[in-house]
Design a protein around this ligand. Structure first.
Ligand SMILES: Cc1ncc(COP(=O)(O)O)c(C=O)c1O
Length: 407
């Protein structure tokens, strides 16, 4: 055989999973594991409180009880445990006002990563174009390509506070455009797209008869009273929007691998139809934990308090560093910093790794607009002081780099 890759389709044959790469792709491969062994702190995984334990006691209790009963050795329904879909439906009603039928509008997914790809699968045929704001979560650029589609990045600009511009969308729409993928709030910029922007986006989507996939993995933590609007609730959008959410992310339970999709029943009927083949099913024991985590509203309240305090603390550490530009994060547990005066993203990340012994993310995997930026997962570590100390180390490394470069 000449090369097994010649037998692969072109969507997959160009993929590189990090087998031979170490640092730049922080999410995959053994690179991160090796760095941890060397004592490097990892602030590059969007995993709140990593690496400290973060399962609330009440959640742990129901899971331990379930394990003692022995039931979790069995499958959950491939579309998700009914009681979990009920708990999800209650949460969606609390946060958006939408009243959804757990048996017709909701499917549980093993994390929202698989949900994001599955949400696109029914719609994307080879050659279809998908508009993806840039910067955005890297999977949102890759998913259309995995399905034979074409990803069309739509630049976001720091001068617009990273809000989406309809002019930029209009410049890139074509008769092949099938879909827009919105990451809302946006990873990595933390931007919450504002009501007026979303209303314009909805008009654009309807005018061009597109489908919207909305990645709402970061919807649970929004600061400063900023209003969060789920695009599915905007007039005319429900029937053309597939909303993808993450229970793991919002509740600090990333390892549980639980997310969900909600959509109109016509779309959901199709997603239910392919559930066994594409998703298999989510783990039973973590589904049981997720029900408790959703229903005990004090858990999210507590996480929100901790993450907002963390966001403020991190901003305090970096705000006086004149060689970088930093905006206070609007949501979540990420910090997005303009380091362009100090070098390329990759130079700055390598410098921080060498001098602070901390791995942060380069901006470029998040799109071309990410060049000159770094992303730090500042929601790492349970303890605020530990997080402050890590951020101070990064800040010192940045200041030393600025001095070296004469900035
Ligand atoms: C924006 C966004 N969406 C979705 C995901 C997937 O999260 P999970 O599969 O843990 O739900 C991530 C993970 O980092 C993310 O950042």
């Amino acid at each position: 055989m000449k090369d097994i890759k010649e037998k692969m389709n072109s969507r997959f044959s160009s993929l590189k999973g990090g087998l031979f790469e170490t640092v730049t792709k922080a999410d995959v491969g053994e690179g991160v594991g090796k760095l941890i062994e060397q004592g490097v702190d990892i602030m590059a995984w969007a995993d709140p409180f990593f690496p400290d334990p973060s399962i609330p006691d009440s959640v742990k209790k129901v899971m331990v009880e379930a394990l003692e009963d022995g039931f979790p050795s069995h499958y959950s329904m491939p579309i998700g445990k009914f009681e979990l879909r009920e708990a999800i439906s209650r949460k969606i009603q609390r946060t958006t006002g939408l009243q959804l039928d757990p048996s017709r509008n909701i499917i549980v997914t093993p994390g929202s990563d698989s949900g994001l790809l599955y949400a696109m699968m029914p719609f994307i045929s080879p050659g279809d174009e998908v508009l993806v704001p840039d910067p955005s979560y890297p999977s949102n650029f890759l998913n259309p390509k995995l399905l034979g589609g074409v990803t069309v990045p739509v630049p976001l600009h720091s001068e617009d506070k990273w809000q989406l511009s309809i002019e930029e969308l209009e410049k890139r729409v074509s008769d092949k455009t099938k879909m827009l993928v919105l990451c809302h709030p946006n990873n990595p910029t933390t931007t919450v797209f504002r009501k007026d922007v979303l209303e314009k986006v909805a008009k654009f989507v309807i005018k061009h008869d597109l489908v919207l996939v909305c990645d709402q993995a970061f919807e649970d933590h929004i600061y400063d009273g900023i209003e969060f609007i789920a695009p599915a609730t905007i007039e005319g959008m429900w029937e053309r929007t597939v909303t993808v959410c993450s229970i793991s992310k919002g509740l600090g339970l990333s390892g549980f691998r639980i997310g969900y999709i909600y959509a109109d029943e016509k779309i959901m009927d199709v997603l239910y139809g392919g559930a066994v083949n594409v998703l298999g099913a989510s783990a039973t024991v973590t589904s049981i934990g997720a029900i408790k985590a959703l229903d005990d509203e004090s858990i999210l309240k507590d996480i929100n308090l901790r993450l907002e305090r963390r966001r403020n603390l991190v901003h305090e550490v970096f705000k006086d560093n004149q060689s970088i530009r930093i905006q206070k994060s609007e949501s979540g547990f990420l910090t997005w910093i303009d380091v362009s005066r100090l070098g390329t993203s990759s130079e700055v990340v390598a410098h921080i790794l060498e001098h602070a012994k901390i791995l942060v993310n380069e901006g470029t995997p998040y799109g071309k607009q990410g060049e000159g930026y770094i992303r730090i997962v500042t929601g790492c570590f349970a303890d605020d002081e530990r997080a402050r100390e890590a951020c101070e180390r990064i800040n010192e490394a940045l200041k030393a780099l600025a001095k070296k470069k004469g900035v």
